[in-house]
Write a protein that binds this ligand. Structure first.
Ligand SMILES: [Zn+2]
Length: 112
């Protein structure tokens, strides 16, 4: 799966210290995709809203496929330099900086 599977209960849990940080980071990442207008298609926006409310478990097969298409374009990938997985909370920056994790991006800046 290119994205975490979670329920409304998991979303509620992210508000407490028992929450899964992967879920909360994924949700912030989705919000940022919308905020910075990487995602503008009404269908995708509706799916993201539903995921924020009810979790990815609530998606129909068709909705899940649409979310996978968004994830193919903007989802998790490896850093161009070190090859490590870029975590959700660094992905928006990575879209902007050409695909580097925070650590490598910081090194790139120092090289300039
Ligand atoms: Zn890196």
């Amino acid at each position: 799966m290119p994205y975490p599977i979670f329920s409304k209960a998991d979303i509620n849990a992210t508000n407490s210290k028992h929450g899964d940080s992967n879920v909360s980071e994924f949700l912030s990442y989705l919000s940022e995709l919308v905020e910075y207008e990487y995602v503008e298609h009404p269908t995708a926006l509706g799916i993201i809203k539903q995921v924020n409310d009810k979790g990815t478990e609530s998606l129909t097969d068709n909705q899940a496929q649409s979310l996978e298409i968004v994830m193919k374009e903007y989802g998790q990938k490896d850093c161009e330099k070190c090859g490590n997985d870029i975590p959700w909370n660094e992905l928006i920056a990575a879209i902007d900086n050409g695909g580097y994790c925070n650590f490598c991006e910081h090194q790139n800046e120092q090289d300039d």
